[in-house]
Design a protein around this ligand. Structure first.
Ligand code: PLP
Length: 387
């Protein structure tokens, strides 16, 4: 069978490296997996009031198809969160609930892109922003983020890369894979560039409350077009529920284009939407505890990795990743050889951007410190032996 061209180019580095790891596991070998950003695979649990609400919704027979744009209660709660956390005023009519941000990215690019259109993405970036752009026939264009300055966007580079074909600028803050948290000044510059060129800004804020050293700043609502994407996978520890959302500011047509796609997939999981509303309306006590735990692990990872000769990492200020430079040009080979020899799994930096990610790897900092220590000891042995 001949597969469509649009799928032949799809890559997802974070999951692609799992294939050789699974082969090792089939042989009975235990692999320390530091590749996937899923807190639920480590010692983190979905807050109890959320799981209770989920069970209760099922018992209350809310087992029906919901509206394609999402349950009104959830969209109302999202507006309240936007107001209280970010001072941004919006109404439920601006919101579409999606099967995670992932589906939101797909539907946004599905509505935006004609063949050879361009999306500006951070270099390095969360890979689906590149993959979905290609899927819809477009070209992702990476703007540099500056490692020496804590991986903040290089505004000049971004502006120079805007062309007639640029349909959107994507910003991920806090960032995956670098853990960078952008200063207000940089955000304001970024927003100015987008407005000056009349280009849509897409802001991915999925790690917004996971910050360690300074508050999370974000874009205010202006009269320029902007889409905010967010969800329940990270801060609310519910990766498997697949609930995310997009808030459309000054872009009604785009919202309509996304809604048409949302209608053909009927709706997102109704029960999980009820529980997601409960997450926003109920206790937020788990968040400071979560941040405290992550900060301790971030501190350890950053210190230990920088002790390894030839390895250097800038300090992540948010999310739960670290993106050290490694002493190897072929980072994919490095990661796969390390897996084979030392049974530790990272993701190669070039999977997040061939140009600005190469020569790096991404590690999650989610495991307990003893697991991180064991993994980084093995990394050190490997670097000493081969680099
Ligand atoms: C920046 C970023 N956006 C979106 C996602 C995916 O979110 P969701 O689970 O809501 O699809 C991730 C997951 O790692 C991410 O890092």
């Amino acid at each position: 069978m001949n597969l469509a061209d649009r799928v032949s180019q799809i890559e997802y580095a974070i999951r692609d490296v799992v294939v050789p790891a699974t082969e090792l596991e089939k042989k009975g070998i235990t692999v320390i997996k530091l590749n996937i950003g899923d807190p639920l695979k480590f010692d983190f649990e979905t807050p109890h009031h959320m799981t209770e609400a989920l069970c209760q919704a099922a018992k209350d027979n809310m087992n029906f198809y919901g509206p394609s744009e999402g349950l009104p209660r959830l969209r109302e709660a999202i507006c309240k969160r936007e107001q209280s956390l970010n001072g941004r005023t919006c109404n439920p009519g601006q919101i579409i609930v999606t099967n995670g941000i992932s589906e939101g990215i797909s539907m946004l690019f599905g509505a935006l892109l004609e063949p050879s259109d361009e999306i500006l993405v951070p270099g390095p970036t969360y890979p689906p922003y590149m993959a979905y752009t290609r899927f819809y026939g477009g070209n992702p264009v990476s703007y540099r983020t500056i490692e020496e300055e804590g991986w903040v966007p290089d505004i000049e580079d971004m502006e120079a890369k805007i062309s007639k074909k640029t349909k959107a600028i994507t910003v991920i803050n806090p960032n995956n894979p670098t853990g960078a948290v952008y200063p207000k000044k940089v955000l304001m510059e970024l927003q100015r560039v987008a407005a000056d060129h009349d280009i849509l800004l897409i802001t991915d804020e999925i790690y917004d409350e996971m910050v360690f050293d300074k508050p999370h700043e974000t874009f205010p609502v202006t009269d320029a077009p902007m889409v905010i994407v967010n969800g329940f996978s990270k801060v609310y520890l519910a990766t498997g529920w697949r609930i995310g959302y997009a808030v459309f500011c000054n872009c009604d047509e785009l919202k309509e284009g996304v809604l048409r796609q949302a209608r053909i997939r009927l709706c997102t999981n109704t029960l999980c939407q009820v529980a997601a509303a409960e997450a926003l309306e109920g206790s937020q006590e788990h968040i400071p505890l979560l941040v405290k735990k992550l900060k301790e692990r971030r501190d350890f990872a950053w210190k230990r990795l920088n002790e390894i000769e030839g390895v250097s990492a800038s300090k992540p200020e948010g999310a739960f990743y670290i993106f050290p430079k490694i002493p190897a040009r072929d980072d994919k080979k490095f990661v796969l050889d390390l897996l084979k020899e030392k049974h530790v799994l990272f993701v190669h930096g070039s999977g997040f951007c061939p140009e600005f990610g190469k020569g790096h790897l991404r590690s999650v900092v989610l495991p307990t410190i003893d697991v991180l220590e064991e993994a980084y000891n093995r990394l050190e042995e490997f670097v000493k032996a081969h680099c």
